[in-house]
Design a protein around this ligand. Structure first.
Ligand code: GDP
Length: 320
């Protein structure tokens, strides 16, 4: 077995046994407090990435988790706060959330549906010109979307560990295609055309919009859109418009921040600052914050975590 897959398997085993322990211990005793030695980003740090935290770690440890079933008050507010800021998947109660269950560099809590994350085989299936030409076999799919140059091809190639998988035409005005890749013969990665070509004629941009929106609104097997956002630059209007449109139309979305390794120096903001700014700008269009994750195709940051996230969404979808 390759090193990376071993790491992924180990991570899953650890998180699963942690989850199991947590379930059992929460029945018997007050849940464990968050360890200061935890190698993962602390919960309080994660919360700070969204907004000025109203609640500190002490508050989360001692007020919320230890008093399940007690009178309403500040406790339920912490619970609400966790539900609003973190992505808590089905099968996990907000009172069960601890640092160990949050995937590093994200707001995503790992739950019991995670598993079979590893990609063993990928097969290009077809390019479709219209949403109604897409495969009709009921397998779950994830659509990858983002501005041209956001790093989509690099991320797809990193996820599937191949050099040249993404085929979408990068040139404005060229035929726009929805590309389906079948993974492990059981689910699809869908490569959508990049948007926001700076010098594309207005008509080409409008085409993109009608074309892709039709797909999002009508595709029943779409589990989640993965909206790729370049974290090395400040929030861009076109990305914000896209995230807001998805939010307003209740289309499930995961924000995948790319190029998180890229630090420009000088007065430019760091990727984590750009990410925080982006979240703040879209917040009002979402009742609950969508799942988000930091990635880098250069360093491999977030790759295994993103695959685990996709596995839990997919497995839940399959079991629904
Ligand atoms: P696409 O147009 O969205 O498919 O973008 P590409 O995958 O072709 O990447 C566009 C440019 O960004 C290329 O020069 C890549 O080398 C670069 N790039 C992509 N991902 C990363 C990343 O994670 N970190 C850095 N520093 N550069 C990246």
């Amino acid at each position: 077995m390759h090193n990376e897959s071993l790491i992924q398997e180990n991570m899953l085993v650890t998180l699963r046994s942690r989850f199991f322990t947590l379930q059992v211990t929460s029945l018997l005793q007050a849940p464990q407090s968050i360890s200061p030695k935890n190698p993962l980003l602390s919960l309080s740090h994660k919360l700070q990435m969204f907004e000025t935290p109203k609640f500190n770690l002490h508050y989360c440890n001692h007020a919320s988790f230890a008093t399940k079933g007690s009178k309403p008050g500040p406790v339920s507010e912490t619970k609400k706060f966790i539900e609003k800021v973190l992505f808590v998947p089905p099968g996990v109660g907000p009172e069960e959330v601890t640092d160990d269950l949050i995937l590093p560099g994200s707001n995503i809590v790992l739950g019991p549906y995670a598993g079979d994350a590893k990609i063993k085989e990928v097969e290009f299936v077809k390019s479709s010109n219209r949403p109604k030409d897409c495969p009709k076999d009921d397998r779950p799919e994830f659509a990858m979307l983002g501005r041209s140059n956001v790093g989509k091809s690099s991320l797809i190639n990193a996820l599937v560990r191949k050099k040249e998988v993404a085929l979408t035409s990068k040139k404005p005005g060229k035929t726009q295609l929805i590309n389906h890749f079948l993974v492990n013969r059981s689910w699809y990665i869908v490569d959508l055309p990049g948007y926001g070509f700076a010098n594309a004629p207005e008509a080409a941009r409008m085409d993109w919009s009608a074309f892709t929106k039709g797909y999002f609104l009508n595709r029943e097997t779409l589990v989640s859109v993965l909206l790729l956002v370049d974290a090395s630059v400040p929030p861009q209007k076109i990305d914000l418009d896209c995230a807001n449109w998805l939010g307003r139309n209740n289309i499930p979305m995961t924000l995948v921040f790319t190029k998180c390794d890229k630090i420009k120096g000088g007065k430019a903001k760091r990727p984590d600052e750009n990410i925080r700014d982006f979240q703040q700008l879209i917040r009002e269009n979402y009742k609950r914050h969508p799942p988000w994750i930091m990635t880098s195709s250069m360093t491999g940051l977030g790759r295994d975590e993103l695959l685990l996230h996709l596995s839990q969404l997919r497995n839940y979808w399959n079991n629904e």
